[in-house]
Design a binder for this molecule. Structure first.
Ligand code: MEV
Length: 317
């Protein structure tokens, strides 16, 4: 049997992180410069049924049976066995590598699960359809993030720009004009579950105030969808700035994120904001192909540990 290879990209949320948990809309795009790769080799030298997992990035080399059943890698593999009703799998070696920063707002957890689901199901001769892959990844997210909205597994599974409202069928976004994003990493890890719980606690203290802020972010997000669909990039930049101010108001920004956002704007970005859970992780800036290198340089001077320039392309149809 030949080796199987599957991959899944990273993602950034352009608008509506956190409020998407509360059924407000969000917009997210894939980031293909970073990815998870999952490869499978038949375990010809392994005992029957043995599954060996190699994840060198996290120094893990372990048999599936020896891994805590609640470990995300175990959950990802076992979800596929359950879905395909596989009681005794053939022996195989699963190797996972990733260039997506961990706990940095770029969907690393969902991408790992999705790449594994695709590789394992293909190896077993029954590649799972996108909707099932996304659902299985959501189940793993639920164990690790408590109350995920489902946007990460959705945008990473479909690998296209999406407009997403929790519990509704995701809509693919029609991108009218290409735009350039510069992504800057604070280098500070920020687990999503923690940041989501922080917002929940503050919302519980002041539900009226937080609901009003959530509604304002929802309005910005709907306007942003229109700006993307009509190709109004100056409006898109202004809306990013508006979303950032509201994210600050709900307490998920940080000194480091604010420094990067200010540096990007100072270097000519049309707008900038944090992306994902916040409190660390990454921020994004709207630039043009011409200004992007200067924005990236300014971010590095302001402390970004890594920058990525990513182009969002117009939709094909
Ligand atoms: C995480 O990438 C985005 C959050 O909105 C959480 C979620 O949607 O589940 C912070």
């Amino acid at each position: 049997m030949p080796a199987i290879l599957a991959s899944a990209p990273g993602k950034v949320i352009l608008f509506g992180e956190h409020t998407v948990v509360y059924h407000r809309p969000a917009v997210a795009v894939p980031v293909t410069q970073v990815k998870v790769k999952a490869s499978i080799l038949p375990g010809i030298n392994l005992p029957p049924g043995k599954v060996q997992i190699e994840a060198p990035d996290i120094d893990l080399s372990v048999a599936l049976d020896e891994l805590d059943p609640g470990h995300p890698l175990s959950l990802a593999v076992r979800n596929v066995f359950r879905e395909l009703s596989i009681a005794r799998p053939p022996a195989f070696i699963l190797r996972i590598t990733s260039t997506i920063p961990i706990a940095a707002g770029m969907g690393s957890g969902a991408a790992v699960t999705i790449a594994i689901c695709r590789a394992v199901s293909s190896f077993l001769g029954s590649p799972l359809p996108d909707a099932v892959v996304s659902r299985l990844a959501y189940e793993v997210e639920q164990v690790y993030h408590g109350n995920p909205s489902g946007i990460d597994n959705t945008v990473i599974t479909y690998a296209q720009p999406v407009y997403y409202v929790r519990d509704q069928t995701p809509e693919l976004l029609k991108v009218r004009r290409p735009f350039t994003l510069v992504i800057g990493d604070t280098g500070i890890q920020s687990p999503t579950g923690l940041a989501v719980r922080g917002v929940r606690e503050r919302w519980e203290q002041d539900p009226g105030g937080y609901e009003a802020l959530f509604d304002r972010i929802a309005t910005v997000t709907r306007q942003a969808r229109q700006a993307i669909e009509t190709g109004d990039l100056p409006a898109l930049g202004r809306l990013m700035d508006g979303n950032q101010a509201l994210l600050q108001a709900i307490g998920v920004s940080s000194v480091e994120l604010e420094a990067l956002v200010a540096a990007a704007r100072g270097a000519g970005a049309q707008g900038a904001k944090l992306t994902g859970a916040g409190a660390g992780g990454n921020m994004i800036a709207l630039a043009s192909p011409e200004t992007a290198p200067a924005v990236a340089q300014a971010l590095e001077r302001a402390g970004a540990t890594r920058t990525i320039i990513s182009q969002v392309e117009p939709s094909k149809s």
